[in-house]
Design a protein around this ligand. Structure first.
Ligand code: ZN
Length: 181
């Protein structure tokens, strides 16, 4: 409770950390470490670090963070597929309805056009995930980069491989999606 007061948060939040149900927000990590008189690295690795082994531990923490980003990115890409399927579902359902129910042509057109709207709404979200999850690898120089949303939006693509300009060598290549740098 004393620590919670000093950090201006609830004691329930601290209880969550202690029980492993949550992590301190990065915004208060520095203050928390100051109160506990430990380094951020020690907080993240959960052990006291003597300076002799410091580099090794820093390396491990960094690796752990990279691993978490990769796992998170994979989850995002799976979510993208789900969003795509859900977005297209109304369209397929409308095809079935039009096939099964006799109706005038104009009504069939209205139903078909309306059924595409969810997919159109889903598209920007899917493109955003394509942009931020993982990296694109330049075929020319091997640079792995995160492209701008604009270049993802306007580029031709086959699956997740996109024809984009590399920020390092400025060549346009069919850049493949890779998960790690
Ligand atoms: Zn390049």
């Amino acid at each position: 409770m004393q620590l919670a007061e000093k950090l201006n948060i609830t004691d329930r939040a601290i209880s969550k950390w202690e029980n492993g149900k949550g992590m301190p927000d990065s915004s208060i990590m520095l203050d928390l470490c100051k109160e506990l008189k430990i380094s951020v690295n020690e907080l993240l690795s959960g052990e006291m670090i003597d300076m002799k082994n410091y580099d090794e531990n820093a390396e491990k923490n960094l690796l752990e963070m990279v691993k978490q980003k990769e796992e998170n990115d994979k989850r995002l890409l799976h979510a993208e597929i789900l969003i795509g399927i859900l977005g297209l579902l109304p369209f397929f359902i409308s095809l079935i309805i039009i096939e099964a129910v006799k109706m005038e042509e104009w009504l069939a057109s209205v139903i078909t056009l309306t059924s595409i709207i969810p997919f159109l709404i889903a598209t920007p979200f899917m493109l955003k995930i394509e942009q931020i999850a993982g990296y694109y690898e330049c075929k020319e120089c091997g640079e792995k980069y995160v492209p701008t949303y604009k270049s993802v939006f306007w580029s031709r693509h086959i699956g997740r491989t996109r024809y984009m300009k590399c920020p390092k060598c400025n060549k346009r290549t069919w850049a493949k999606k890779v998960m790690s740098k």
